[in-house]
Design a protein around this ligand. Structure first.
Ligand code: 2P0
Length: 322
């Protein structure tokens, strides 16, 4: 009989920011999105998961916040591998959790990778890992790959064609990221509940999904042609359309704070003054500013003039190693 190893397994995964956003599900239980999304995987904002066999005879968790998302990932990995040994699990985010910085994406991706190494002994396919990870957080599947990543919604009821792939490697169109942290506390309403309120009450929910393929096509073409202004146009307008869906929900879902508006204005001023950059905002008040690496410091210097920010996080472009 083959005896499985019991050494401690570690895996890491970075966060990702969508340039064409996911904001609605076609199946909540399976976390299948209504439309496809396109993101850039980051480098310096990341999570680490460790997995080893538990000697206490039951699962032991060391995790910030609610473990229910991770428990769904674990259950799926156990069902697939048939390995139900009790585990000792830790998941740690090396950046603020729950503030719209996609910590659930990086943490669930890191956890799925660690489970794939431990329970799947490294033979688990990307599609299978993504299936486990998706049950914890939809957008986490995009964190399983570097660079520009496409998460396809698919049509099949079981999600078998809901897959993730790299559209372009990061070095094709290098971009740095500066995060204007307006508030680093957990958000007032989680993404899943906010998406459902939008689906049930927002008059422009459908219109947002109707523009998805047009936005995806424009974003992919802009990345392909290394066209920053083109990518800025589509990413900013897709992001603002998503927030408009939220603002028109009843009651409104409004993640924006004073510092959010100031950071948006700052980005527009910078661009007008000749610094190529654009913003994106997720389910939180913090503003992510993308720019070519050579303009990273100018963006940081400009952000430092904003008194509303509680922090500035930097995710400079790093050429891939290996
Ligand atoms: C995205 N967001 O595409 C969108 C834009 C936030 C705003 O996906 O419900 O943790 O677990 O699938 O992936 C954040 O939500 O939500 C998200 P679930 P997830 O990045």
């Amino acid at each position: 009989m083959h005896v499985k190893e019991n050494s401690l397994i570690k895996a890491t995964a970075p966060s990702n920011i969508a340039l064409v956003k996911y904001w609605g599900k076609r199946n909540r239980a399976l976390n299948l999105p209504l439309t496809s999304s396109l993101s850039l995987t980051l480098r310096s904002l990341w999570s680490e998961a460790t997995v080893e066999e538990s000697s206490s005879g039951q699962d032991e968790w060391e995790i910030t916040g609610d473990p229910s998302k991770a428990q769904r990932v674990l259950e799926e990995a156990r069902t697939f591998t048939g390995d139900r040994r009790p585990l000792r699990i830790s998941i740690e985010n090396f950046f603020p959790s729950g503030a719209g910085l996609a910590s659930s994406a990086s943490s669930m991706a890191a956890f799925a990778k660690a489970l794939a190494k431990f329970l799947g002994e490294g033979t688990t396919s990307l599609d299978e890992m993504a299936r486990w990870s998706r049950l914890g957080s939809g957008s986490s599947v995009r964190s399983l790959l570097p660079g520009y990543v496409l998460w396809e919604a698919g049509r099949e009821a079981d999600g078998s064609d809901c897959i993730v792939s790299q559209a372009f490697p990061p070095e094709h169109f290098p971009l740095s990221l500066v995060v204007c942290v307006v508030n680093d506390k957990p958000k007032p309403i989680g993404s899943t509940a906010a998406m459902e309120r939008c689906r049930d009450t927002s008059p422009n929910y459908q219109a947002f999904h109707d523009r998805n393929s047009f936005d995806l096509e424009r974003a992919l073409s802009a990345i392909k042609n290394r066209n920053l202004q083109g990518l800025a146009d589509v990413a900013e307008s897709n992001c603002l359309a998503m927030h408009d869906v939220m603002h028109q929900a009843n009651p409104p879902v409004n993640y924006f704070l004073e510092g959010t508006h100031k950071s948006i204005s700052l980005t527009r001023e910078l661009r007008a003054s000749g610094v190529p950059c654009f913003f994106s905002i997720d389910a939180g008040p913090n503003v992510k500013i993308f720019c070519p690496p050579e303009h990273h410091q100018s963006v940081v210097d400009a952000c430092n003039t904003l008194t509303e920010l509680v922090d500035i996080l930097e995710d400079p472009y790093k050429p891939p190693t290996s």
